[in-house]
Design a protein around this ligand. Sequence first.
Ligand code: TXA
Ligand code: MG
Length: 345
Amino acid sequence: MTLISKIDENNINKDEIKKQAKILRAGDTVIFPTETVYGLGANALDENAVSKIYEAKGRPSDNPLIVHIYDKNQVHKLAKDISDKANLVMDNFWPGPITIILNKKDIIPDRTSGGLSTVAIRMPSNAIARELLRETDLPIAAPSANISGRPSPTRAKHVYEEMNNRVEGIILGGDCTFGLESTVLDMTGDIPTILRPGSITKEDLEGIIGTVNIDPALERQEDNIKAKAPGMKYTHYSPNAEVFIVSGDEEKVFQKVNDLIDNNSKQGLKSAVLCIDKNKDKYKGDTIVLGQNLEEVASNLFDALISTDKEKYDIVYSEEFSNGGLGRAIMNRLLKSAGYKIIKV
Ligand code: TXA
Ligand code: MG
């Protein structure tokens, strides 16, 4: 049985936190909210506990985990060769939605670092996460609390519906503010490199530490693929529906999507469109509004994708977002969710 604690971030019930912290200290798993997405945590220093994370998610065990801390000083116990730039990033953006990769100390087990000589560390700002980490007094490894391949959970109901009885404890703590996973910044080389874009952008970082590179693997966009590519589907952030991004001139996008919706319904297929608020009346079929600006889109994206399962949509079309600032993080998740399928008009 999973111990469920419903906790209000603005009025934290410390008794409930204590119960959940006890589970973590005993080497078991607890799901908790963060400002990015819900995390599935276990003691980062205990290989056995960390194994339970992989089991609960059905995740391949070579994918390294992020270690969560509540106090900057903990970094020195976990990592070494901490540069001035790394200190600047921590001072300016922690607690908050950025993870830094540093050379690890021996205390970090291979199971946590996926066998790498480096470790990913993050200090979350969500008050429930901070209180849990403080009470547990251990570094907590936590990937996003979804079954491997599914969109990351950003609402209490997502974890309850998907993960109940897969873990020992769940803290239901409301909505995640940012809604996309943290920026992952590799700080082991001379020039820091973004390995995963997030709410703290390349532009934000460059204002503090100068040049920041973007992992070239992120820029690879197989944008010539127009048709469905069976078997080539990336299973990441995937709802049950098949997702496509529709790219081009606004008016042409509306036209194309409406034609596709017509065609689909003739074949008995149910379609939905993910769009920004101002376009919601341009489409013939069902629309799911992502928000009015990029911050809202980021915060609602995974919820929108997950909600398409309930309505049993077969096909989901999404509008495209520009690939700079926060748009880069949004497009990164959308492209994966769509298996890089883009319809160009
Ligand atoms: O916002 C977040 O970061 C959330 C919340 C729960 O904190 N966590 C999260 O964890 O997204 P996960 O496991 O879903 O994603 C961790 C990412 C993966 O892409 C992983 O490959 C990368 O960080 N990563 C972890 N350790 C690494 C390392 N030592 N070197 C390179 N990449 C690493
Ligand atoms: Mg994840």
